[in-house]
Structure formats: structure tokens, C-alpha cells
Design a protein around this ligand. Structure first.
Ligand SMILES: NC(=O)C1=CN([C@@H]2O[C@H](COP(=O)(O)OP(=O)(O)OC[C@H]3O[C@@H](n4cnc5c(N)ncnc54)[C@H](OP(=O)(O)O)[C@@H]3O)[C@@H](O)[C@H]2O)[C@@H](O)CC1
Ligand SMILES: Nc1ncnc2c1ncn2[C@@H]1O[C@H](COP(=O)(O)OP(=O)(O)O)[C@@H](O)[C@H]1O
Ligand SMILES: [K+]
Length: 507
């Protein structure tokens, strides 16, 4: 699991670590680690002299970059062209002195000649160090910096120092503006930006150990990795039977949506639920009978529910079958069992579930979350899908607060936000190929998450593990190409087996 700590916690840990050390010791450790990574990325061609350009801001992030240039000169030994481009009126004094000492060429981009030289040189760079803003940064870039970033050569290898400049270090405000790095070298421990929405702009992440002690500090964000599956997946033991492994009830579909329940039930069965009970009208029941002979039909004792895939919360004709299905959904929601609340059932929620202790996992996509918040938040009149996508963590948190439950917000990155006051971190998973964004894929995710809730996982683990496995299965089902939702569901057993068998995971 990747743990990421809040900027405040990292700054506090830096302060603790710095006590009793020489003034610039932590920065020297950071710069040495950074220089070692950059040295390994220099082009190997013996006929050309590599050109390394650092974009240098006025704070300590720029200091890291300048010291790294100095260390690089010492580390590589071969001739190198090293250039620092200053993006503001000041630069880290000791860093600048160290860089000048080893012959680094310095351009001040706040002057016109300096900017012209910088533009030319950035277009030729082999490696660019982004040392403009680190954890002191905020989303977006001033025009001058944005213009310089735009001129970086297409084929340059961009290494972000600590944080890609222009990204929100707290990871809450994703913005496309700013640096997109091939890799990011961070210090002490990951920050939320490295695992939350803007994670894809960080590229490969390397953590340089500078001696911070974060072991006792609760992370702000986490990401499950493949090896975490073996720790969390409910593997049955010799004493287990279908009941002890967890029975899942599924209230899904109606006469107008027959496919969603079939996908949801298939996914739960393929994921290894002890048993799945399906509750629905004759149309979808016939399809589930045909496609999933393992499922049993009608309400009964279960350990958890999935409510909502393909459910019409306000059947147009208000026919008896539709009303019965809505009533079954309401019974599950009003009960005290763990529940995945998806799609149509989200429209049945007006506030927290009645049983305060009931474990609840909401699984909206951005449009559904926007509609839900617009309906239940007294302070919001009309929230749009675009607004949710612009600040996914903020709005998922808002829903978690209003409904006092865990919220899994689906998308290219899937966020799982625990209830307020739980002290648990946010999780973010980005394991799926974009091919996974296909009709019915969310129904598969709901069934998979339901099977994990029924097996006893808490909503944070169930949601994030389901997102991980769903994404990896989408890849495994057809690497590099299109995948239908049913294929994701049918791939689950092999993907789970593959991840359980990883030698790293079994250690
Ligand atoms: N502390 C330690 O022990 C260690 C720290 N280390 C290094 O220090 C880095 C943190 O350095 P830092 O605190 O000096 O802030 P840094 O990120 O350089 O920003 C400087 C200033 O820029 C400004 N600004 C930001 N965003 C902006 C924007 N979008 N547009 C315009 N302006 C913007 C903002 O100034 P403001 O505008 O708020 O006055 C901000 O204060 C850290 O990431 C790591 O690399 C390592 O050496 C290890 C040891
Ligand atoms: N760009 C993307 N990359 C990867 N996965 C995606 C992308 N867009 C959507 N997904 C995933 O596809 C699924 C779509 O769910 P949903 O919107 O509920 O579809 P449906 O209701 O048709 O089942 C979710 O698991 C979501 O995370
Ligand atoms: K940076």
C-alpha cells in the first residue's frame, strides 16, 4: 500500500528530523537522492554531451534543484551541460552559490534576454528538473512559468522535484495546468498529490529517504497496490461453508432494465460470494436464472446487500412489479445490514441510513453524485457533473458527511472516501484501462464490492479492493483493447488467483 501524508504532517516531521542536524542537512540529503535519479536518466550516447536544465523557483524546492545540479556535476564525472533557469526574482542563496561553483550556467527568466535564452535551451534539454514549486505550491501556475513549461522539448525527460509544479500538493484540486512529469522524486514520504487525482501527472514515483519519521503519523491518503490483495481478500479456510463465506442479496433491475442485475449477480458469483440471492421481477429474474444458475431467488437471510443497479426508483407506470421492487430496495436500505447503494437506489436516499451503525458504501459516478448532493445538501442548489469532476475528493467528502457513510466515486481514478470522524484516509485507485469505462461496468463493480462486504470487509477496504480488482480484471480480460462488462466479471476469478499467487504477496 502506498501511504501519503498531509503537507502539514510532512512539514512537522521535517522539523522534528532537522533538530540537532546542520542547517541544510535535509536539503542536502534530498538533493543527493534527486541527483542520483537524474544521473541514471542521462542519455548514454557517447557523442553528445547531455543537457540538464533546472527550472528554479524562489523557495526550497528551487534550492533542492540547484543543489542537485551541483551534486550531479560531482556524481557524473563526464562532461555535462548544466543550466539553471530562475523563474522569480530570488533564488535559494546557498543552492545558487553551490551551482555557480561547479559552473552551472544561470539565466534569469524574469529579464527578457534571460527568458529568450531559457526558451531556446528548454527546447534542447535532455532532462528537465522541475524545481519551481514543491509542497509550498498551489494549483495553477503564473503566466511566465506556464510559458516556460510549454517550451520544454517534447522528448525531454521531465523529473518533478517533490511535486509537479502547478499541481495541488494536497491532491484535492486536480488541474490540467502545469508540469506533467515523466517521474517525480519526493522526499521523506509521498504526499496526497502522488496518490490522488493528479497522480497520473507525477509519472514514476521515487521516495528519497531523508530521515523523516512518519511511522506513527496517520496517512491522509492511500493507494492499494497489487500485493495488498493477498492481505485483504477473503480466502476461505477448511472450516468455511457458503454461509460463513457470506451471502449477498441483490435488489437490482426492473422490467425495463434487465441486464444490470445479470451483470451484478455474475460479478458477485465470480468474485467468490458464498451465495447470491437475487430479488427482482420476472423479466430480469429469467435472465439471471439463465445466465447465473448458481444464484438463488427471492429475499432471505443475507450478510450484505447491493441495492440499485438498473433499479427504476420511480417506475413510470407505477405498476405493481415496479413498486414491489422499490419496496424491496427500501427494506434493504432501512435494515441494519451492510449495503452497497448504487445507481437507482441513490435516488431513494434522503439522509443517513436509519441504522446509524449500518455499514454503507455509496457507488455513484460523477453525474449521480452531483444529482445526489443537489437533492440532499441544503447549501447546494444545483451541482453539475463537471463541478464534481473538477473537485472529486471535495464532493465525495461532502456526500460522506451528509449521509454519514463511505462514498466510492467512480471514474478514471476511483476515490473511496470514509465517513467523517472515522480517522481513516481517503483511498484512490487508478488501476483500470480507459476501456473499462463501458456500459454495465459499474454494475460489475457493485456486485464485486457487495461480495466483499458480505464476506465481512469494511466499506473502505471493500470499495478500494473492488476498484483495484475490477481495474486489473478489465486489463487482464483483453490487454490493450476493448472489454465488455461481462468479460470483466468473468475475468475476476483468474485475476484474483493471479494476484493471490504473487510471490511478493505471499511473503
Ligand atoms: N522543509 C524541509 O526540511 C525540506 C524541504 N525540502 C524542499 O522544500 C520544498 C518546500 O519549499 P518551500 O516551503 O520553500 O515552498 P516551495 O514549494 O518551494 O514554494 C515557494 C513559494 O512559491 C510560491 N508559490 C507556490 N505555488 C505557487 C503558484 N502556483 N503560483 C505562484 N506562486 C506560488 C509560494 O509563495 P507565496 O505566493 O505563498 O508567497 C511558496 O511559498 C519541498 O517541496 C522540498 O522540495 C527538501 O529540501 C527537504 C527538506
Ligand atoms: N476513463 C476511465 N478509465 C478507467 N475506468 C473508467 C473510466 N471511466 C469509467 N471507468 C469505470 O467504469 C465503470 C463505469 O461505471 P458506471 O458509470 O456506473 O457505468 P454503468 O452504470 O453503465 O455500469 C466504473 O467502474 C468506472 O470507474
Ligand atoms: K516541483
Amino acid at each position: 500500500m502506498i501511504h501519503a501524508w498531509s503537507v502539514d504532517d510532512v512539514r512537522a516531521a521535517e522539523e522534528r528530523a532537522a533538530r540537532g542536524l546542520p542547517d541544510d542537512e535535509l536539503m542536502q540529503r534530498a538533493a543527493q537522492g534527486l541527483a542520483a535519479v537524474v544521473a541514471a536518466r542521462l542519455p548514454a550516447d557517447p557523442h553528445t554531451q547531455p543537457l540538464v536544465v533546472a527550472l528554479v523557483g524562489g523557495g526550497n524546492n528551487g534550492g533542492d534543484a540547484l543543489h542537485a545540479l551541483a551534486h550531479l556535476a560531482a556524481l557524473v564525472g563526464e562532461p555535462l551541460d548544466l543550466v539553471a533557469v530562475l523563474t522569480g526574482p530570488q533564488a535559494h542563496e546557498a543552492g545558487l552559490a553551490a551551482a555557480r561553483e561547479v559552473g552551472v550556467e544561470v539565466h534569469d527568466a524574469t529579464t527578457e534576454p534571460g527568458r529568450d535564452a531559457a526558451v531556446e535551451i528548454l527546447g534542447l534539454a535532455d532532462v528537465v528538473l522541475d524545481g519551481v514549486y514543491g509542497i509550498g505550491g498551489r494549483a495553477g501556475l503564473p503566466d511566465l512559468v506556464a510559458a516556460l513549461v510549454d517550451t520544454i522539448a517534447e522528448d525531454a525527460h521531465v523529473v518533478a522535484v517533490d511535486v509537479p509544479s502547478g499541481a495541488d500538493p494536497g491532491g484535492e484540486v486536480p488541474t490540467g495546468e502545469g508540469v506533467w512529469a515523466d517521474e517525480t522524486v519526493t522526499f521523506g514520504g509521498p504526499k496526497p498529490v502522488h496518490v490522488l487525482g493528479t497522480a497520473d501527472r507525477c509519472g514514476l514515483l521515487t521516495v528519497v529517504d531523508i530521515g523523516l519519521d512518519l511511522d506513527e503519523v496517520t496517512p491522509a491518503a492511500q493507494r492499494l497496490e497489487h500485493d495488498d490483495l493477498a492481505l485483504l481478500w477473503p480466502v476461505p479456510g477448511p472450516q468455511d461453508d457458503k454461509y460463513s463465506r457470506g451471502v449477498l442479496g441483490v435488489v437490482a433491475g426492473g422490467e425495463s432494465y434487465t441486464g444490470a442485475p445479470a451483470l451484478c449477480v455474475t460479478a458477485a458469483v465470480e468474485a467468490g460470494a458464498g451465495m447470491v440471492r437475487y430479488v427482482g421481477p420476472p423479466g430480469p429474474t429469467a435472465l439471471v436464472r439463465q445466465l447465473v444458475p448458481e444464484a438463488v431467488h427471492g429475499a432471505g437471510r443475507v450478510q450484505a446487500w447491493v441495492v440499485g443497479p438498473g433499479l427504476d426508483p420511480a417506475p413510470e407506470s407505477w405498476d405493481r412489479l415496479g413498486l414491489d421492487q422499490v419496496a424491496a430496495a427500501r427494506r434493504a436500505l432501512d435494515g441494519d445490514l451492510p449495503c452497497v447503494v448504487d445507481a437507482g437506489a441513490l435516488d431513494l436516499l434522503d439522509g443517513p441510513r436509519e441504522h446509524a451503525g449500518a455499514r454503507t458504501l455509496l457507488t455513484p459516478h460523477a453525474g449521480e453524485l452531483a444529482r445526489l448532493i443537489s437533492r440532499v445538501d441544503p447549501d447546494v442548489t444545483e451541482l453539475t457533473r463537471e463541478q464534481v469532476s473538477a473537485e472529486p475528493v471535495r464532493w465525495a467528502r461532502r456526500a460522506a458527511q451528509l449521509l454519514r457513510c463511505t462514498v466510492l466515486l467512480k471514474g478514471g481514478t476511483t476515490y473511496v472516501v470514509p465517513p467523517p470522524g472515522s480517522g481513516l484516509p481517503v483511498r484512490a485507485q487508478a488501476d483500470a484501462p480507459a476501456w473499462a469505462g463501458t456500459a454495465g461496468s459499474g454494475d460489475v463493480l457493485a456486485g464485486l464490492a457487495g461480495a466483499l462486504l458480505a464476506a465481512g470487509l469494511d466499506p473502505l477496504d471493500a470499495g478500494s479492493l473492488a476498484a483495484l480488482v475490477h481495474g486489473v480484471a478489465a486489463h487482464d480480460a483483453n490487454p490493450g483493447g476493448p472489454v465488455r462488462a461481462l468479460a470483466i466479471a468473468q475475468q475476476l476469478p483468474r485475476t484474483v488467483a493471479r494476484l493471490l499467487a504473487r510471490p511478493e504477496a505471499r511473503r
